[in-house]
Design a protein around this ligand. Sequence first.
Ligand code: AMP
Ligand code: MG
Length: 287
Amino acid sequence: MGDKGKWATHPSERLRVRPGFAIEGFDHRSSPGWKGDEGDAVDEMKRRGQDLYDLQEKLFAEAKTAGGTRSVLLVLQGMDTAGKGGIVGHVVGMVNPYGTQVRAFGCPTEEERKHHYLWRIENSLPLPGRIGVFDRSHYEQVLVVRVENLEPPEEWGQHYDEINAFEEKVAASGTAIVKCALMVSPEEQLRRLKDRLDDPSKYWKYNPQDIDKRAAWDQYMEAYQDVFDRCSTDIAPWYAIPADHKWFARLAIAELLTSTLEGLAPQWPPADFDVAEEQTRIGALKG
Ligand code: AMP
Ligand code: MG
């Protein structure tokens, strides 16, 4: 895992959803495992951002020239205003854009509705060497679909096992899956929603339907609890990220992503040409 920085306990340990995890009593404002303050977090983000950039480039190089097939998939879920977009901008934004594939999943389009719900997901999986990001995901099928009764319980009730089987297949094909739930408190969400209405540069982020979703907060939390209980597997665990402090959520997810890539230990591929011979040829050239 390399240098631990100011982590007393690494987020892969501290934030991992294990059996018995309960959303009730969750401290949304906490920064579990982090010994530093916000300023330290900014420094650490820079440091790990450089590591992340380099690791992704290595993974990309492996895929380009050495037949590498591995990739990483970051799944982001969370209530409106939880900060999913900020993670894309501030964490994924530290990587070379060439090496990333970002996809947001909204209401299924007419075309998407003609297919199984995993169809659009499967089509958006990262190519070898890339970090794929899902801003919302297949989990909407057991979150919004469940809470808003878009399918009967017999139907959505089957998706948990289906999703686990799907993720097992994705992982077996060489994609490391990192699932992060951004846990914002209802109080902080209210502040952020008000903020959006106070600032014309944020109107575009505001959706009147967010208020209806907020009214069903408890049902959403029940749905999230079931996701945690049933879909936090060894192959693709969930991480519950306290998200009231944006700096902590960003720091924690940057660390989870970077350490996942470290675990893959990508290597610079050896030259597939004779280096000495090429040096001789270059040496003989005149400027
Ligand atoms: P946003 O992420 O703010 O752009 O909002 C996207 C909206 O699409 C959210 O309200 C999601 O709940 C909704 N959404 C995503 N996936 C589905 C789905 N499978 N069925 C219905 N609504 C969905
Ligand atoms: Mg929204």
